[in-house]
Design a protein around this ligand. Structure first.
Ligand code: PEP
Length: 246
């Protein structure tokens, strides 16, 4: 039985004055809620007595420490009290040239600190138009995932790059086919029991207005939400929709 997960990716947004958005989220629902704020807010969010959410980082360096100005290690993220870390987000892949091999080494680093890795994979618009989606995902999974993936250390977010922040969303049948494909790929490599336990999130322009239909898609165990996770009214509605999806 996979517990539903609503994950918010605040990206480079959020100041101490935004903490009220977390405190205002619905509580006592049967779903897990994770927020990945900028690194500057991790400690504050973990310690805030008014928040019940799990807290994650948005990236980590493969090394535990060293001369890497501006980077943050998995050790630091864990030390700040976070439980998860997003890795391989398309904005990291695009803006920082991250390869599958680098993402894989970051997942190893996350696991060495007992952080749950939220691995993002997804095709670009050109790849989608060329019908290459499944090939791209197969390559990203094979290259990014170390051995040892398990339901307790991994969440996978399918995020079509062309759907992030654009208001565009694939057809529900496409999301279903892709999530089914990812689970089959996981089963081939890690076995059916492991694959059946790993949560698969959809990400890309999830909003209160489309959450119900996305959460009704088989093999969608929740969402990774960017823009709509910044305001409690929107993210709260998405959390409530996920809870209602059962
Ligand atoms: C994201 O960046 O992970 C994301 C899903 O963004 P948005 O919800 O804004 O499309």
């Amino acid at each position: 039985m996979r517990r539903k997960l609503a994950a918010g990716n605040w990206k480079m947004n959020g100041l101490s004055t935004d903490m009220g958005e977390v405190a205002a989220l619905p509580t006592s629902l049967g779903v897990e809620v994770l927020i990945c704020p900028p690194a500057t807010l991790i400690d504050r969010m973990v310690r805030d007595p008014n928040t019940f959410v799990q807290v994650g980082g948005q990236d980590c360096h493969p090394n535990p420490n060293g001369a890497h100005t501006g980077d943050i290690s998995a050790q630091m993220i864990a030390d700040a009290g976070a439980s998860h870390v997003i890795l391989g987000h398309s904005e990291r892949r695009q803006d920082h040239g991250e390869t599958d091999a680098l993402v894989r080494s970051k997942i190893d680093a996350a696991w060495s600190m007992s952080l749950v890795a939220v691995l993002c994979i997804g095709e670009t618009e050109a790849q989608y138009q060329a019908g290459e989606t499944l090939d791209v995902l197969r390559t990203q999974l094979a290259g990014s995932l170390p051995d040892g993936a398990a339901p307790g250390n991994l969440v996978i977010a399918y995020e079509p790059v062309w759907a992030i922040g654009t208001g565009l969303v694939p057809a529900m049948a496409e999301i279903e086919a892709v999530h089914g494909f990812i689970r089959t790929e996981l089963a081939t490599r890690f076995g059916t029991d492991t694959a059946d336990g790993i949560r698969l999130l959809y990400g890309g322009s999830v909003k209160p207005g489309n959450a119900d239909e996305i959460f009704a898609v088989p093999d969608v165990d929740g969402a990774l939400v960017g823009g709509a996770s910044l305001k409690a009214a929107d993210f709260g509605a998405i959390i409530t929709a996920l809870d209602a999806a059962g």
